[in-house]
Design a protein around this ligand. Sequence first.
Ligand SMILES: [Zn+2]
Length: 163
Amino acid sequence: MYELLIVPDARLRQKSLPVTQFDAKLNDFVQHLEAAMLDGMGGVGIAAPQLGLLQRIVMVDCSLGRHKNKNHGRLLMINPEIVTYDGEALGREGCLSVPEWVGTVPRARRITVRYQDLQGQFHEVVSKAFEARVMQHEIDHLDGILFIDRIISTKDMLRRMDI
Ligand SMILES: [Zn+2]
């Protein structure tokens, strides 16, 4: 029903629309999103447009796998908006939709994100380090931006198998 989109699929480059209906259909889609994230390598985050649904929904979970940094567990963020950015850090990123490649990307070290939950309630979360990086990466997907647009140098692009 939903398949993971891979570059150069044009839908990955579109701007997603805000979610306005907090209904059973949304709930159903979130189950698919979660399953797709858990299927993926690393499974730390996914955005709705990666499954071809151009709506502003992301999920992050930095409690899984080898990423043991401080984190908030599994977070579903609907209509997320980064309201503060602090500091800068470089880190290596990959993406389920850009298989085989990784690169070094500058991101804010600490962010505050305002978002809605499945019921439409508003929340705010402060996130740092790796989790903040994942959130910025996933929220970029909602504007059609991929990590390869932000890498410090094309020379830095590495095949996953090399690392
Ligand atoms: Zn991605």
